[in-house]
Design a protein around this ligand. Sequence first.
Ligand code: IPD
Ligand code: CA
Ligand code: CA
Length: 263
Amino acid sequence: MALRSALLNVMVMAARKAARGLARDFGEVEQLQVSRKGPADFVSAADHRVEKLLVTELRKARPDWSFRLEEGGDIEGRDPSHRWVIDPLDGTTNFLHGVPHFAISIGVEREGEPVCGVILDPVKDELFLAEKGGGAFLNDRRLRVSARSKLPDALIATGLPFNGKEGHDLSARELAVMMPEIAGIRRMGAASLDLAYVAAGRYDGFWERGLKPWDVCAGIVLVREAGGVVTGIQGTGDPVGGGSILAANDSLHGALKTLLAKA
Ligand code: IPD
Ligand code: CA
Ligand code: CA
């Protein structure tokens, strides 16, 4: 890619540093699978370690910016118009079970709008990054959303609620309207990567309910900079704080919205 901005450089360096520890911890987790207690506490400690490291590194570069952290909550900085939105480990259930599909996700909001995103999958060594107006990239390759325009050709990702979450019936109805119309559904378990894969044209769309800002902030920038459309599931609304998201290429976004409305 062309010269990276100073901001993206800061984010990439922080993500890479954090990823080294996370990759080591993932190796440990595989050993812990067989223990009776399982690796849950270990994984939670790893998660918190990554978040702390990211806060330290990012604060060095932008001391005044605010934070929205999955584990640590909101930290108001002297500059409230800029906020880091961070999921230190997206795909925790995968990580916990030794499934190699998880990511570190770092987004930046300016005046509440997602403007910069870095998503790093340390196992596959895939670094997705985007900045408003500067395009979206996977490692050094420019990304574009897929050109598929027909539902029967479309591979669509989603996330499903699990124990302790709401909306099981609605999700079942959404799957029922979606399945007969499209080429396939994937539930891979890391929303940030689902969005990154839409940006990369691997998936043709993604929808999910009940997500939090740190799941989607970075991914939204990626999809938009790759030429895609991101809204709430009803086709309007704020996909960051609104709790539901629909991302797709321009041709499929409307058709997916219409299908989901039937659920
Ligand atoms: C989860 C993942 C998953 C999504 C869940 C999220 P976590 O994040 O992104 O794909 O379906 O709703 O909470 O807990 O692994 O950071
Ligand atoms: Ca998450
Ligand atoms: Ca997480």
